[in-house]
Design a protein around this ligand. Structure first.
Ligand code: FE2
Ligand code: FE2
Length: 162
């Protein structure tokens, strides 16, 4: 029982945290490692959304919203590629900031528009099944999955018994 919003938000926060650190980083091995980490994390996140989430968004919300989100992923891939090429160059910090700016816009749309709208359209079982599919895809790729919020569901069970 995984909440898709919780997993995707955790990914968004982690990517933003890494990009903020990268923008302030100095040239060297640590920067290269962080750059590789954020590239892997963001690529996986986008692949999972494109494969699992966006087709449902296309069906439930609209083709235009799904298309816009896919185009924004294209921009993020370009930003990642530019940043990767500049890892040992002056101006790297600006490349990291530009990518972060684009991602911030996209993430805001997902967190405040697309996902809440989708949650409205799906019943609870469908919503959680989406979360489970996302968690399974992350786990299959060897990426960490945040544990489901057990306390809330436990509370719900207790109140349902009354
Ligand atoms: Fe996305
Ligand atoms: Fe996302």
């Amino acid at each position: 029982m995984n909440d898709p919003m919780m997993i995707l938000k955790a990914d968004h926060r982690e990517v933003k945290r890494l990009l903020t650190a990268l923008a302030e980083s100095e040239e060297g091995a640590e920067r290269e490692r962080m750059c590789a980490d954020v590239t892997a994390a963001l690529k996986l996140h986008m692949e999972i959304e494109e494969k699992i989430l966006y087709p449902v968004i296309e069906k439930q919300i609209g083709a235009e919203d799904a298309e816009e989100a896919n185009i924004e992923h294209g921009l993020a891939r370009e930003g990642l590629s530019t940043m990767g090429k500049m890892v040992a160059m002056p101006g790297f910090g600006a490349a990291a900031e530009m990518l972060k700016g684009g991602i911030t816009h996209h993430v805001e749309e997902e967190e405040t528009e697309l996902l809440p709208e989708l949650k409205e359209k799906l019943d609870r079982a469908e919503w959680l099944a989406l979360g489970d599919a996302i968690a399974a895809a992350k786990a299959a790729a060897g990426a960490p999955v945040p544990p489901p919020a057990r306390r809330r569901s436990a509370k719900r069970k207790v109140s349902a018994k009354k």
